[in-house]
Design a protein around this ligand. Structure first.
Ligand code: TRP
Length: 460
């Protein structure tokens, strides 16, 4: 007899795990440099609009699909009676593996920096460019991080994923609040906060919109079925609608806080805010140095520990995608699925790892017609997997929910745990967005960006 599917113990367990998946390097590492590149507040505003207006309805839909089907992303469409849609889940699994392959490298840097801070090596910030070419060291840290992720996922839902998230998420919030308070008291804080919060609408162009949309999806872990998978472990007693609100607020809130924490630091150091992937790695150690040897070591290592925590609750959700697929589809043991996927992900990460100067080929990997300079392998995967395919996944999920699965069934699922839902204004809002807003907006942005970003066809 099949064993019953494991479930999160309660709503808090689920919200901690899903918010843990959402809050990650995307919020604290990626968000600030995207804001920096996108002209500060202009990016912030568009990101917030996308997150609350467009992404929240898709988020609850993914969770509902998962809970209804009781299956992971790639297997979820069949039990709902639409096996042809399985391809959406399969693209999701592949996309998740690709994202994890590079995400894990950044997590490796974080772990490395944590150790350097403990050792009081604050000069590391000036040597970021050479540090990331030290492949022996980076691959060691990357492997260590992947092993930690694999271990947690191999422990299963309640004892692994849920337990880790319940401890890591609250600790992260506490460390972050301490650092933000400290940042606010710095000399350059005013200029940083102004850059971050005073809107300059002239900075908004297609590229900013495209990246802000990708960021919203990436940050909420949306568009590739990670939340379908988590939803499949959620009990019918729990309310998806209010859990979704908490997850969205937690994610956007932590990203917002990360900006408040980083920009005062960036400006007080006199660093260019559009520093790219290295931004926090180059900025932060110098700041910790100014705190003096003892305090610097404490705050510096806390900061990178916080980042490692945030990354870990996200990597587990990414690894869960291929793992649950293999367990559901091929009925293999969870442990084997974990180690097998982890091995493949490590190998796939190598091009990203050497793409920061070690290998010229992967550093100047590709030039698309729409780009002026060659991008490295990690940026290439980000453009394809997260900026393009995630919003496209959101498009497919919206179309599926309204036209194939049908609104009635979606609403019935959302009413479990929230009996008054169908009559609420939120129901009207979710239905309106999924029907009239997300398909045309996401579809149009998908086509325009493919043409403009990858083929250089000027449309707007
Ligand atoms: N949301 C995570 C972050 O912000 C990254 C992440 C975890 C993710 N799981 C995902 C992104 C699934 C897309 C899909 O760091």
């Amino acid at each position: 007899m099949a064993t019953p599917r494991s479930t999160f113990s309660n709503k808090f367990g689920f919200v901690a795990a899903a918010a843990g998946s959402a809050v990650g390097l995307g919020n604290i590492w990626k968000f600030p440099f995207e804001v920096g590149k996108g002209g500060g507040s202009a990016f912030l505003i568009i990101y917030l609009i996308f997150t609350f207006v467009l992404c929240y309805p898709i988020l609850v839909t993914e969770i509902a699909i998962g809970r209804r089907s009781q299956k992971s992303a790639a297997m979820a469409f069949k039990p709902l009676g639409h096996p042809k849609w399985t391809f959406v889940g399969i693209i999701g699994v592949i996309c998740g593996v690709l994202i994890l392959s590079f995400y894990n490298i950044v997590a490796g840097w974080v772990l490395g920096y944590f150790v350097e801070m403990l050792l009081g090596n604050f000069e590391i910030g000036e040597h970021f460019d050479t540090y990331v070419t030290d492949i022996a060291e980076i691959s060691g840290y990357t492997l260590a991080f992947l092993l930690a992720t694999a271990y947690i996922v191999s422990q299963g839902i309640t004892k692994g994923i849920e337990k880790a998230s319940k401890i890591l998420m609250p600790s992260l919030l506490v460390i972050m609040l301490i650092l933000t308070a400290y940042a606010m008291m710095l000399d350059g804080a005013g200029a940083g906060v102004a850059f971050y919060l005073i809107p300059d609408f002239s900075k908004i162009d297609l590229n900013v919109i495209y990246r802000a949309l990708g960021q919203s999806f990436f940050s909420l872990s949306l568009g590739l079925g990670a939340l379908i998978t988590y939803g499949s472990y959620l009990s019918r007693k729990e309310d998806i609608v209010s859990s979704g609100i908490m997850i969205t607020f937690a994610d956007a809130g932590i990203a917002f806080l990360a900006g408040l924490m980083i920009f005062p630091f960036v400006f007080s150091e006199g660093i260019e805010p559009e520093g790219g992937a290295g931004l926090i790695f180059m900025t932060m150690p110098g700041i910790f140095k100014t705190m003096g040897p003892t305090l610097g070591v404490v705050i510096g290592s806390l900061f990178f520990l916080l980042l490692a925590f945030a990354a870990l609750t996200s990597t587990i959700s990414l690894l869960e995608l291929p793992v649950s697929y293999m367990v559901d589809k091929h009925k293999i043991k969870r442990k084997w699925a974990v180690w097998y996927s982890a091995g493949i992900i490590f190998l796939l990460g190598i091009p990203s790892m050497v793409g920061f100067g070690y290998s010229d080929f992967f550093t100047n990997f590709i030039t698309y017609v729409g780009r002026t300079e060659p991008v490295n392998f990690m940026d290439f995967v980000t453009d394809i997997a997260s900026n393009t395919l995630l919003p496209f996944g959101g498009f497919l999920v919206s179309v599926f929910a309204i036209h194939i699965w049908k609104r009635r069934k979606l609403f019935r699922e959302l009413s479990h745990g929230n009996p008054g839902f169908t009559r609420s204004w939120l129901a009207k809002y979710i239905s309106f967005t999924l029907t009239y807003i997300s398909p045309p907006v996401l579809g149009a942005i998908f086509i325009i960006t493919i043409l403009e970003v990858f083929f250089g066809v000027k449309i707007i």
